[in-house]
Unconditional design. Structure first.
Length: 246
C-alpha cells in the first residue's frame, strides 16, 4: 500500500455549488487516510459558489481557498496548482468534488508519477475495453473520441480519456500549470503543450461514479460550440513552438 512518508501529496478539489457533495468527498479522503495510514493533504478551491459550499467548508474546518468570483474550472484548478507550487508539493492530484472520483484510485495514478514512469498520470474510463463504471452520455463519449483523435493528430500520442479531471502530476507539471493553465476546457487543451514539450503521459484504468448531486460546471457538451472551441484551441496550441524539456 502506498504510504506518503517522504513525498508531499496534495489533492486539489475545485468546487462550484457543491453543497450536497463536498463534505462527503472530503470525509472519504480523511477516512481513507486514517484507514490506510496515508497522509494526503487537501485543498478545496471554492470557485465563487452561491450556495452553502463556503459555509460547509468553514463550519467543518475543511482546508480551502475562497475565490471572490467564479473563475470557471480552469481558474479554480490553476489556483490549486499555484497553492501546490508555493507549498512545495511533490505530487498534485486533481479530484472532483461531486463524488465522481474514488479516493481508492488515487494511489493508482500517483504511483506511476512517483516511480518516474511519467510526468502526468490520468485516471481513464476508456483505456481498457469493456471498462466498468460510469462513462458519461453517448453524445459526450463521441465528443471525447473526436478530441482524442485531434490530440493524436497533432502530437502523435493517443490520450483515450482527454476530458478526465482525475490526474496526478509531478513538480515539473505543477510549476507549468501554476504559471499557465487553460481557462476553458483545460484538460484536453493542456495535453498539447505537455506532449510537445516532451513530458510523459500515462493513463491507468479507473472506475468512476455518476455525480452524487449538484450540477456539472460544464454545460456546453450538448452543442457544437464546445467542439468548435476545443478543436480550435487544440489547433492553436499545436502550431505554437515549444522547447522540448527532455
Amino acid at each position: 500500500m502506498l504510504k506518503n512518508n517522504k513525498n508531499k501529496i496534495l489533492i486539489i478539489i475545485p468546487a462550484y455549488n457543491e453543497e450536497t457533495n463536498i463534505l462527503d468527498t472530503y470525509l472519504s479522503i480523511m477516512n481513507y487516510n486514517k484507514k490506510f495510514h496515508t497522509d494526503y493533504d487537501v485543498i478545496v478551491i471554492n470557485d465563487g459558489s452561491t450556495d452553502n459550499t463556503k459555509y460547509i467548508l468553514e463550519s467543518n474546518n475543511i482546508p480551502h481557498i475562497n475565490l471572490i468570483e467564479n473563475l470557471g474550472i480552469g481558474g479554480a484548478v490553476q489556483t490549486g496548482y499555484q497553492y501546490a507550487y508555493e507549498n512545495n508539493y511533490d505530487i498534485a492530484v486533481q479530484f472532483d468534488g461531486d463524488g465522481q472520483h474514488n479516493i481508492e484510485y488515487v494511489k493508482e495514478i500517483v504511483e506511476p508519477v512517483l516511480s518516474r514512469e511519467c510526468d502526468i498520470c490520468v485516471g481513464s474510463r476508456f483505456v481498457l475495453p469493456n471498462q466498468k463504471g460510469f462513462k458519461s452520455s453517448k453524445t459526450r463519449r463521441i465528443g471525447i473520441k473526436l478530441i482524442s483523435s485531434l490530440i493524436k493528430l497533432f502530437t502523435r500520442k493517443k490520450i483515450y480519456d482527454p476530458t478526465s479531471g482525475f490526474r496526478a502530476v509531478n513538480k515539473n507539471i505543477i510549476k507549468m500549470f501554476a504559471n499557465q493553465y487553460p481557462i476553458e476546457y483545460p484538460e484536453p487543451i493542456s495535453y498539447v503543450p505537455i506532449l510537445k514539450k516532451g513530458y510523459g503521459v500515462k493513463e491507468v484504468s479507473v472506475v468512476m461514479n455518476e455525480r452524487a448531486g449538484g450540477k456539472s460546471s460544464i454545460h456546453t457538451w450538448k452543442n457544437i460550440y464546445y467542439m468548435i472551441n476545443v478543436s480550435l484551441s487544440i489547433f492553436i496550441e499545436s502550431i505554437k513552438r515549444y522547447k522540448n524539456v527532455k
